[in-house]
Design a protein around this ligand. Structure first.
Ligand SMILES: [Zn+2]
Length: 128
């Protein structure tokens, strides 16, 4: 396995970050958070992001359907955990923007960006 280059967001107070729940790799800034989506299976809440980092997609041969959308699963670059999916194409539904991502909150932690600061489960809000 080659050397991993992972992007780290700048730590600034009140700049909340979303991290991989398994390995705490930085995934998204709150600035890229668009809205919460309540239509995932099993009452799972998804966070829609315009941009995320430190992920890789499964590639075109693994594209699959989510409603009218073609989507691609995305995984954490560090631990390989399945984090959610990216909207690749849509037929006629405009609820989501092509290029956005849908990540179930239970796959993420929220960190307040300060050393020794609070980290919590993005789904439940419980401290971790
Ligand atoms: Zn990870």
């Amino acid at each position: 396995m080659g050397r991993l280059f992972l992007i780290q967001f700048d730590q600034t107070p009140d700049a909340f970050l979303y991290l991989c729940a398994i390995c705490e790799t930085h995934i998204a800034s709150w600035k890229e958070y668009a809205f919460a989506y309540h239509g995932l299976p099993n009452d799972t809440i998804g966070a829609i992001f315009h941009k995320i980092v430190n992920v890789y997609g499964d590639g075109p041969e693994q594209h699959h359907k989510f409603g009218d959308y073609t989507v691609e699963d995305v995984h954490c670059n560090k631990c390989g955990n399945l984090l959610g999916f990216k909207f690749i194409d849509n037929a006629n539904d405009n609820q989501f923007r092509v290029g956005d991502f849908c990540l179930p909150l239970k796959k993420l932690l929220i960190w307040d960006g300060e050393d020794g600061g609070e980290m919590m489960d993005a789904d439940t809000g419980d401290p971790v």
